[in-house]
Design a protein around this ligand. Structure first.
Ligand code: E4P
Length: 217
């Protein structure tokens, strides 16, 4: 499973990229607002840090507006993926961009039928939002299972990008049910490496090694 980081904070992106753990980045208008940075400037900077796909979301809600904004965003760098809302106008824009060879991420997906439409529109990625479904007591992981089954039934190439991930358990479950990608907040990515028994074991090994009085170098 590929790992994207879900943030517009370039320091966090650099750190995770240096660990060799990043396959791409997703942003959204709320993350851009939180960063306090200029949208196009921060997307350009992220695209220089990471070789993989970087999602940048349109703000317009109508087809003509989305197409104009998509042209601006796609021109920032070759690895920009244009993020579009799962609305009829967003799907129409998706088909237009796909036919032009521009990569797309259709976002705010909350049902299998929406995901089916995104695949039919030629989306590169579909983003089902797990955490926001869980927030309203609907099993987000079941949605990923349904989309996986539908895409496999018909051989759709749209990649399932598990989004709105809130915990290490979400990452594990998304991998088990066959999401192609997970976009994960920086803190959750780092927490995947943690285990209390790893810490305990390391403490004991360090103590025992010190007692030998030896040095490797
Ligand atoms: C995905 O592309 C979205 O940016 C993100 O995963 C939303 O997560 P949230 O529901 O925690 O805001």
């Amino acid at each position: 499973m590929k790992f994207f980081v879900d943030t517009a904070v370039t320091e966090d992106i650099k750190e995770l990229n240096d660990y060799g753990l990043l396959d791409g980045v997703t942003t959204n208008p709320s993350l851009i607002a939180k960063s306090g940075r200029d949208f196009k400037e921060v997307i350009a900077e992220i695209c220089e840090i990471v070789d993989g796909p970087v999602s940048a979301e349109v703000a317009a809600l109508d087809y003509e507006g989305m197409v104009k904004e998509a042209d601006v965003l796609a021109a920032i760098a070759d690895n920009v993926v244009v993020k579009l809302p799962l609305t009829l106008d967003g799907l129409k824009t998706c088909r237009y961009l796909t036919d032009k060879g521009v990569k797309t991420n259709v976002t705010l997906c909350f049902s299998a039928n929406q995901a089916l439409l995104a695949a039919k529109a030629g989306a590169t990625y579909i983003s089902p939002f797990l955490g926001r479904l869980d927030d309203i007591h609907i099993d987000g992981m079941e949605l990923i299972r349904e989309i996986r089954a539908i895409y496999d039934n018909y051989g759709y190439e749209t990649q399932i990008l598990a989004a709105s991930i809130r915990s290490p358990n979400h990452v594990k479950e998304a991998a088990i049910v066959g999401a192609d990608v997970a976009t994960i907040p920086p803190g959750v990515i780092k927490s995947l490496a943690k285990h209390v028994l790893t810490d305990k074991g390391l403490e004991q090994f360090s103590k025992d090694w010190a007692a030998t009085g030896q040095s490797i170098l």
